[in-house]
Design a protein around this ligand. Structure first.
Ligand SMILES: [Zn+2]
Length: 283
C-alpha cells in the first residue's frame, strides 16, 4: 500500500467545504439502505445477513467517520464485502483504498472508472483532470459493464453507466423492502458537465462524449425510481427531505418524478454548457 502523500491530502482538505468532513449521524433511507456518509457527502450502505455493499467512501479524511457510522447502526465494518463507486473523484473515492484494506472488501467498478481508481484519480480522460485532487490508488478486483447486476448474498444492485461528469460515472438501482413495502431506490451519479480549462464536451475528436452523456440521462429518466439519492446530498434535496421525514411526514423521501427531473435538469445544464462551447470553442 503506497503511503498517501500528505501534501495531496492537505490540498484536498483546503478545497473541501466544511460540510464534507462534518460528522452526521447515520440514518435509514428505506429498508436495508442506509446513509453512512458525512453531512455533505454520501456513502450508501446496503445490508444483508450475508454481507453488505458500500457505495462510495468520500474523502480519505472521512474513513473513520464512515466506519463509526456503520458501527453505530449495529453493523460490522468487516461484513462489508463489496465497495462500489459512483465516480472516481477524490470526494467520492478518496477513502476507498483505506476502507477496502480495513474491511477486506472487494472493489468493483466500471471499466473506465477502474483506470481512474487504479491511478488514484489521475485519468487523462477525466474532464477535471489537472484540477481534481488525487487520492490513494485503489486495487479494483474486477469490472462490470452497463446493466450488469452486482451481487453479494441476496443483494442485487444494477450498474447503469452514466458517463459525462466522468468517463466511468455509474448510477445504481436496487429494490429495498421495509416490512412488506418494497421501493425502487436509485443512487444516481453527479450529472454536472464541469471541466478543467481546455476540455470540450463538444470536441469533434470525441463525438461520443455528448451522445454517451445523453444516453445516460435518458437511462436515469426512465428508471423505476421511488427514492432518488445523490453523491452530493444537496443535488437531490436529500437533507430537506430527511428533515421533513423526521418532522413526521413518513413518505417525504418518496418522489416518483425525482429521477426524471434530475435527468431533465442535467440535460438543460448540458445544453447550456454546449452553447457556451460553441460560442467560444476554447473555454
Ligand atoms: Zn466529481
Amino acid at each position: 500500500m503506497p503511503a498517501f502523500p500528505v501534501a495531496v491530502l492537505a490540498a484536498a482538505l483546503i478545497a473541501a467545504p466544511p460540510s464534507w468532513t462534518a460528522a452526521q449521524a447515520p440514518y435509514r433511507i428505506h429498508g436495508n439502505a442506509w446513509q453512512v456518509g458525512s453531512a455533505g457527502l454520501s456513502a450508501i450502505l446496503v445490508t444483508s445477513d450475508a454481507g453488505h455493499v458500500l457505495i462510495d467512501v468520500p474523502l480519505a479524511a472521512n474513513v473513520e467517520r464512515v466506519e463509526a457510522n456503520v458501527r453505530a447502526l449495529g453493523f460490522r465494518v468487516e461484513d462489508i464485502r463489496m465497495i462500489l463507486n459512483t465516480h472516481a473523484h477524490f470526494d467520492h473515492a478518496g477513502g476507498i483504498a483505506a476502507l477496502a484494506r480495513r474491511s477486506g472488501a472487494q472493489v468493483r467498478s466500471s471499466t473506465a472508472s477502474a483506470r481512474a481508481l487504479r491511478s488514484g484519480g489521475d485519468d487523462p480522460d477525466d474532464p477535471q483532470h489537472g484540477s481534481a485532487d488525487r487520492y490513494a490508488p485503489v486495487a479494483v478486483a474486477s469490472t462490470f459493464g452497463d446493466g450488469e447486476v452486482v451481487r453479494v448474498g441476496t443483494l442485487a444492485l444494477t450498474a447503469h453507466l452514466t458517463p459525462g461528469h466522468t468517463p466511468g460515472s455509474t448510477s445504481w438501482s436496487w429494490r429495498s423492502c421495509e416490512r412488506s413495502r418494497c421501493l425502487d431506490l436509485v443512487y444516481a451519479d453527479s450529472l454536472t458537465a464541469i471541466s478543467d480549462d481546455g476540455y470540450l464536451y463538444s470536441d469533434p475528436a470525441h463525438p461520443q462524449r455528448v451522445a454517451d452523456f445523453r444516453r445516460g440521462l435518458a437511462m436515469i429518466a426512465k428508471l423505476p425510481c421511488d427514492i432518488l439519492v445523490t453523491p452530493h446530498p444537496e443535488a437531490s434535496g436529500l437533507d430537506e427531505r430527511i428533515e421533513r421525514r423526521d418532522a413526521g411526514e413518513a413518505d417525504a423521501l418518496v418522489d416518483r418524478s425525482a429521477c426524471r427531473r434530475y435527468a431533465r435538469e442535467a440535460g438543460e445544464r448540458l445544453d447550456q454548457r454546449l452553447a457556451r462551447e460553441h460560442a467560444a470553442p476554447h473555454p
